[in-house]
Every structure is written in C-alpha cells, then in structure tokens.
Design a protein around this ligand. Structure first.
Ligand code: PMP
Length: 285
C-alpha cells in the first residue's frame, strides 16, 4: 500500500513518525475518515470543513490546502486501486524535540499529516445492514469536547470490546440517562414516522453522515426531531439506527435485552440507507 506522509507518497513500510510526535505521546491530533464508493469520495466537503473546525478548536494550523487535500485523496484512491473502502487522514501537532505539556511553537514544529487507504469491498452491500446490529448500553465517561474529532479513542475502543464480550456489535453511551452516541457513530430512534436524534452540542461528534441523512430525510418529507432521548425510550422505540462515514445508515435491532419491533431492520432505516447511498454517490467527487 502507498501512504502519504508529510508531503510525500511512499510504501507503508517506509513511513516513519518521530517518537516525540504529540499524536503518539498525548493523543494531540485530529482525524477524518472518508468513504470511497465506485472510486469516488463521499461527503468530501463535509469532512474537510469539520477537519478545519477540529484544527481551529485545538489552535492547530493545517499543513495542507483544501485543493491539495482533495488531490492526495484522489491519488491514494488511484494508486491503491480503491473501488470501495475508506481513506483515513490524521493531523497531529507534530514532534517537538522533547515531551512537554505546553504546545510547541508552530513556527518551529510542523504538524504531522498522514493519509492511508483501507480497501473494503462490499461496503455498500453490507450483510450487517440487512440483518441489523445489536448494541449494549455503557456509561459515557469521555471528556467534554466530543465535538472535536481527536484521536483520543481509548474509551470508544473499550466500549467496542465490552460489546464484543457481551455478544453484541457496538455500544451506545449513556449520560444522565440519555443516549449521547455510539462508540463511532451517531444514534437515532424512530417512533411512528418520526426520526429522533440528539441535537448538536459539545456532547457529541457532529457527524457528517448525520447532517446528510437528516437533510435527505427532511427532503423526503420525513419528520425529524433533534432532541435527547433516554435509554428507556430507545428500548421501546419502533426502530433504531446509527450513522457514520464507514457504515452509512446501519439499523439497530436490539438494545441490551430489548428487541425492537420484530427484531428486523424495519421500514425507516433501510429506506434512509437507500436514499443516503443513492444521493451521496451521486454527489461524490
Ligand atoms: N460519533 C462518533 C463518536 C464517531 O467516532 C463518529 C465517526 N467517526 C461519528 C459519530 C459519525 O461521524 P461521521 O458521520 O462524520 O463519520
């Protein structure tokens, strides 16, 4: 595989990052994941806008222009022959000569930028999407700036492991009785024809897929309510689903021991998945 590191394309085995990189030492970095369908980039604009916002919130400067970023994404798709898959992008505050809590001077310490691809044939035609997934509920003990897409992913990773050990696929995180989001996705319930999802705040990541799906839902005259919902409300909902750049719209058929509806994906989530795939592929770059 060819990867991109600090302005150069190279084989993955030759890419090297300093042991003093603040991404490695302090999780001082941000990332984006953009999916590729039919060799084209899904929701690319949204991801670059959010990347810039994450960088701004952490007072980091971007080492690359938007045009160059698009070019690097396209080049990696081309050389690695990605038809369906993902592009991972990470920017960290770079590697000052030593370990220090104080941010290094951006004039002397350049950010580190890495991009690599992941080949995922069958991403759109996912068997999991036809069956639906099971989630467990866990406490949300993450920090208070979940709107910044940092590489600080230890707790979400532990959450996935808790789900796996419990025989489930993922975990929904709960704070003060309310669902915040999934370990790597935004969470929704459906009651009647109404789609309910938590409103944007610092409590959750502002999903790029979320923004697109809510727009398409409203365009299709579906009712959308952006408000918090409790775990109890979710357990008795007609349907549930999650959204993310890597899973698009994924139906949820069980929350802890509560089976939703007849235990199959239902009507709304599969329809939204279909609309999202159609519209986002049409708009892909
Ligand atoms: N919430 C969290 C915590 C996530 O990690 C992700 C995916 N990275 C999302 C939501 C979904 O965001 P997006 O649709 O932009 O992939």
């Amino acid at each position: 595989r060819t990867v991109y590191l600090n302005g150069e394309y190279m084989p993955e085995t030759e890419a090297r990052v300093s042991v003093f990189d603040r991404g490695f030492l302090m999780a001082d970095g941000v990332y984006e994941v953009t999916s590729v369908l039919g060799g084209r980039l899904i929701d690319f604009d949204g991801h670059t806008v959010r990347l810039q916002r994450s960088l701004d919130e952490l007072e980091m400067r971007s080492p690359i222009s938007r045009e160059d970023l698009l070019e690097v994404h396209r080049e990696l798709v081309r050389v690695n022959e990605i038809d369906e898959g993902m592009i991972y992008l990470q920017i960290t505050r770079g590697a000052p000569g030593d370990r220090d809590f104080v941010f290094p001077d951006p004039e002397t310490t350049a950010p580190t930028i890495v991009l690599f691809t992941q080949n995922k044939p069958g991403l759109a035609d996912s068997p999991a999407a036809k069956k639906g997934i099971k989630v467990i509920s866990i406490d949300d003990i993450r920090w208070g700036r979940r709107d910044i897409k940092t590489v600080q992913l230890l707790y979400p990773s532990m959450g996935k492991m808790m789900a796996k050990k419990a025989g489930a696929d993922d975990a929904w995180m709960i704070e003060d009785g309310f669902v915040t989001e999934g370990t790597s996705n935004n969470a929704y319930i459906v009651k009647g024809n109404k789609i309910i999802t938590r409103a944007l705040s610092n409590d959750i990541l502002h999903g790029i897929t979320r923004a697109a799906v809510l727009r398409f839902a409203r365009e299709a005259q579906m009712e959308v309510e952006e408000r918090s919902f409790t775990l109890e409300e979710a357990r008795t909902a007609d349907e549930a689903f999650v959204t993310s750049a890597s899973t698009f719209v994924m139906p949820v058929v069980q929350i802890d021991d509560a089976v939703l509806g007849d235990g199959t994906p239902g009507r709304v989530a599969p329809r939204l998945r279909e609309i999202y795939l159609e519209e986002s592929v049409r708009a892909a770059v």
